[in-house]
Design a protein around this ligand. Structure first.
Ligand SMILES: Cc1cc2nc3c(=O)[nH]c(=O)nc-3n(C[C@H](O)[C@H](O)[C@H](O)COP(=O)(O)OP(=O)(O)OC[C@H]3O[C@@H](n4cnc5c(N)ncnc54)[C@H](O)[C@@H]3O)c2cc1C
Length: 383
């Protein structure tokens, strides 16, 4: 059997494991494979790059060559892994090459959900889930004025704020009655909406996009209400779906994500998963902080010190400068209710259980200053 740890994926998860592992062992051979360029960058920077003055090129911190030298690992970019042979502990590459592993780490991320819209313009809808998508988006944006965003979730709102602040006309369409419908109580959603409207974002809520038609060089979204919205570019950000196909075909246990336990171990003892592709103890958490915790634990395990991942409370900063927002949503299905205080300067929404225990929060505007005090009172996400 091969003695290399093989990591598939050069996103934050793949590189975090490689970096942590190298801290713990100097001589463990590591091969990192990636279907893309394997340059290292922080994906969250994509949704506020216009206002922070970043270009797709300047977002990439280090190319694959520099990362290989820095981490003393082998990196193979533009290398698509097509299959896993558990029995032989090997992976198959698109060029039919086979590589043996001692341990395999799946850090293969998630795909943007693409809703099956009707209409002649449906295939022109863009999504941004990595720096290559973003480069294309920025190219298409040149000399354009108006962008329609389908989806008022975290990424949709961040792009809306970024584009509006950079002078674009922005329409946001969502079937929900408020932005960040899964993360905020209605009062907080209304406050965020008002602040984003103040920088020029136009919301179309409770609104279903029926079809997208091409009209000359523009796109026209037809809503179920009959309303029509014309835009130069349509960006869709309606959620993510973990990449599970390869794991499923290999016979690994999958559910919403690749199923792993608290050791980040899949249903095969030599295969691990973390990041956007993984479902850790039933939780799919496509954010940076869970990756940081998971990578540390997994690296320790790979270095010979079996370590379970633990997640503390992990609030998420929503990058909407028009309305600073920090959320730590309660676990889905938690019993309790929102208690909301609000004034002109912000909203403090606490999700409390029957005995007054804090299970989650949403802080907007000035209330974001209370983050640290409140985080200390939150239960951990995974003990
Ligand atoms: C615009 C945007 C803004 C965000 N903002 C925030 C934020 O503010 N805060 C926050 O916490 N989170 C944020 N997130 C989420 C966060 O960026 C992700 O959770 C994180 O980057 C996921 O990293 P990953 O390594 O799991 O996956 P990815 O970055 O998707 O990496 C997957 C890697 O696997 C490779 N790969 C996939 N399949 C194969 C294959 N078959 N063979 C070889 N290689 C393969 C891909 O090429 C890629 O290198 C944001 C996400 C987006 C899109």
């Amino acid at each position: 059997m091969g003695h290399s740890v093989i990591i598939i994926g050069s996103g934050l998860a793949g590189y975090a494991v490689a970096r942590e592992l190298r801290r713990l062992t100097v001589d463990q051979p590591v091969i990192l494979l990636s279907a893309d360029h394997a340059g290292f960058y922080s994906k969250p920077m994509l949704s506020n790059a216009l206002t922070t003055g970043k270009t797709p090129e300047s977002i990439i911190n280090s190319d694959a060559e520099k990362m290989a030298a820095q981490l003393n690992i082998t990196i193979r970019s533009n290398t698509h892994v097509t299959g896993i042979d558990k029995a032989n502990r090997s992976i198959l590459l698109a060029n039919q090459e086979q590589l043996l592993y001692s341990k395999l780490v799946l850090a293969i991320g998630a795909d943007q959900v693409r809703l099956p819209f009707q209409g002649s313009g449906a295939d022109k809808i863009l999504t941004v889930n990595d720096v290559d998508d973003y480069r294309h988006f920025r190219d298409v944006l040149i000399d354009k004025k108006k962008v329609a965003i389908i989806g008022a979730g975290l990424i949709g709102c961040e792009f809306a704020n970024d584009l509006a602040s950079a002078g674009y006309q922005v329409d946001v369409i969502d079937i929900a009655a408020q932005p960040l419908g899964r993360l905020l109580p209605p009062e907080a959603g209304a406050y965020l909406k008002k602040k984003l409207e103040a920088v020029g974002v136009v919301f179309h809520l409770d609104a279903k996009t029926q079809c997208v038609e091409q009209t000359d060089d523009r796109l026209c979204l037809v809503l179920a209400s009959g309303e029509k919205i014309t835009a130069d570019i349509v960006l869709s950000s309606v959620g993510l779906t973990p990449r599970i196909k390869m794991a499923q075909e290999a016979g690994l246990s999958v559910n919403r994500g690749i199923v792993v336990d608290q050791m980040l171990q899949s249903s095969d003892e030599y295969i691990y998963a973390l990041g956007d592709c993984a479902e850790v103890c039933g939780k799919v958490l496509p954010f940076v902080m869970p990756i940081t915790h998971a990578a540390r634990a997994l690296a320790a395990t790979l270095a010979g010190n079996p370590t379970a991942v633990k997640y503390p409370a992990m609030p998420v900063l929503v990058k909407t400068p028009a309305c600073p927002t920090i959320v730590s949503p309660p676990e889905a299905g938690s019993a309790g209710k929102w208690q909301v205080e609000q004034d002109e300067d912000g909203v403090k929404a606490l999700f409390l259980d029957d005995s007054g225990g804090l299970l989650g929060f949403a802080l907007l505007g000035k209330a974001t200053q209370e983050k640290n005090d409140l985080v200390a009172k939150l239960p951990s996400v995974l003990d």
